[in-house]
Design a protein around this ligand. Structure first.
Ligand SMILES: Cc1ncc(COP(=O)(O)O)c(C=O)c1O
Length: 353
C-alpha cells in the first residue's frame, strides 16, 4: 500500500490537519464499513442467535491474537478491555494493596492511571519522570511501579524494561500513547495497557490489558466472560490465561472495527511516524516555537506556551483547520503526529501558529 492510498482511507484528513491521535485517532473508511456491516447484520437478523454469539466470540479471539502480535506476547496473555483506564482498574483492584504499601508513579501521568492508583489503599509516591528519581524512590514498602511508556505530556519514552530489571518490582505500564505508533514489546513487563481508540485508530470503547502471569492476579471484577464453568451459587472456574480478566463484551461493531483498523495499518507505519515527528520538532523549532525534545521520544510533539494561553492557541488553530490539544495547567500544546500525516499538515500547523 502506498502512502497516498493509506492516507486516503481517512476522510478527515481531506479537511483538517488532524493531529489529535493522542486523544482519538482518525477513523478509516474500511474500519467504519466493517462496523456498519456488523450493525446491518444485527438489524436484519437480530442479535440473540447462538450463531451470532459464537461469531462474536470468534471475532474476539481474532482481535486478541492481533493485539498480542502487535505487542509481542502470546494471545493467552491478553485481556480485551474497553480502555487503558479499564486495564489499570483491573490490575489495581486485583493486587489488593494495603495500608503501608507504596506505589511509585510520576508527575506526568494521566488520570486513567492515577484514578485507579488512588482507589488502592497504597500510598502513591509521585516523582519526576526520570529513571534515576524513580529508582531512588523505591523503599522496602514499594509494591508496584505504575507509569506510562510514553508520557502524554511531552512524548518522552520511559525505559520501562530497564526500570523493571533494575528495581525487580512489578510494573504496570500505561501504553495509551505507545501502542499503534511505535514498536512495543510488552514481554517481560507485568501489566501493559492498550487503548484502541488512539493511535490504533479503532472505535472508542476498545482496548486491552497484557498480564504476564494471569494466575497470579486476583480476579476482582469478574464478568460472564471470566469463567469457563460455574455453579448455581456462583463458584466458578476461571478461563485459562488473561481472558479471565475480560471485563465486558465489547460490542460486535467495535470488535471488528478495531480488528480492521489494526489489519489495515501499513507495515511502514511506525518508521514513518517516528521520522515525521522528528520533522515536526525541527520545523516547529525553526519557526520559533519552544519545542520539548526529550532524549528518548515518541510521536507526541509538545511545545511551551504561556499556561493561560494554551486553550486560546488550540482554539485559534482549530479555526484554521488544525486540530491539536493543550495540556491544561502545564503550559503545553501537543500535536500527535501519526503515520497518516504529511508535510502539508505540518506546514498548515506552522502557518496557523
Ligand atoms: C497516558 C494516558 N493514559 C490513559 C489515558 C486514558 O485512556 P483510555 O481512554 O483508553 O482509558 C490517556 C488518554 O488520553 C492517556 O494519554
Amino acid at each position: 500500500m502506498t502512502f497516498e492510498e493509506a492516507r486516503a482511507q481517512f476522510p478527515v484528513l481531506e479537511r483538517y490537519a488532524y493531529l489529535q491521535a493522542g486523544s482519538v485517532g482518525p477513523l478509516g473508511r474500511p474500519t467504519i464499513e466493517a462496523m456498519w456491516a456488523e450493525e446491518a447484520t444485527s438489524l436484519a437478523e437480530g442479535r440473540g442467535s447462538y450463531a451470532r454469539f459464537m461469531k462474536l466470540l470468534d471475532a474476539r479471539e481474532q482481535l486478541r491474537s492481533d493485539i498480542a502480535a502487535l505487542v509481542g506476547v502470546s494471545a493467552d496473555r491478553v485481556a480485551l478491555t474497553a480502555s487503558t483506564t479499564d486495564g489499570c482498574n483491573i490490575v489495581l483492584a486485583g493486587l489488593d494493596l494495603r495500608d503501608g504499601d507504596e506505589v511509585i508513579t510520576t508527575t506526568d501521568e494521566h488520570f486513567g492511571l492515577l484514578g485507579p492508583l488512588h482507589t488502592s489503599r497504597a500510598k502513591v509516591v509521585v516523582v519526576e519522570p526520570d529513571p534515576e528519581r524513580i529508582v531512588e524512590a523505591v523503599t522496602p514498602s514499594t509494591r508496584l511501579l505504575a507509569l506510562s511508556h510514553v508520557l502524554w505530556t511531552t512524548g518522552a519514552v520511559l525505559p520501562v524494561h530497564e526500570l523493571r530489571a533494575t528495581t525487580g518490582l512489578p510494573i504496570l505500564v500505561d501504553g495509551a500513547q505507545s501502542v499503534g505508533t511505535m514498536s512495543v514489546d510488552a514481554g517481560g513487563l507485568d501489566y501493559y495497557t492498550v487503548s484502541g481508540q488512539k493511535w490504533l485508530c479503532g472505535p472508542e470503547g476498545t482496548g486491552a490489558l497484557v498480564v504476564a502471569e494471569p494466575d497470579e492476579l486476583r480476579i476482582a471484577r469478574p464478568s460472564y466472560l471470566s469463567q469457563q464453568s460455574y455453579e448455581h451459587d456462583g463458584v466458578f472456574v476461571p478461563k485459562e490465561g488473561a481472558a479471565r480478566f475480560d471485563p465486558n463484551l465489547i460490542p460486535g461493531p467495535n470488535t471488528v472495527g478495531l480488528q480492521t483498523a489494526i489489519r489495515t495499518t501499513p507495515s511502514w507505519a511506525f518508521e514513518r511516524a517516528g521520522e515525521l515527528a522528528e520533522r515536526f520538532r525541527t520545523r516547529l523549532g525553526e519557526a520559533g516555537q519552544d519545542v520539548i525534545v526529550p532524549e528518548s521520544r515518541a510521536t507526541l510533539v509538545a511545545w511551551r506556551v504561556t499556561a493561560d494561553e494554551s486553550a486560546d492557541v488550540v482554539a485559534r488553530l482549530a479555526e484554521s483547520g488544525v486540530i491539536v490539544r493543550d495540556l491544561p495547567g502545564r503550559g503545553l500544546v501537543r500535536a500527535s503526529v501519526g503515520w497518516w500525516n504529511d508535510e502539508n499538515d505540518l506546514e498548515r500547523l506552522v502557518a496557523a501558529l
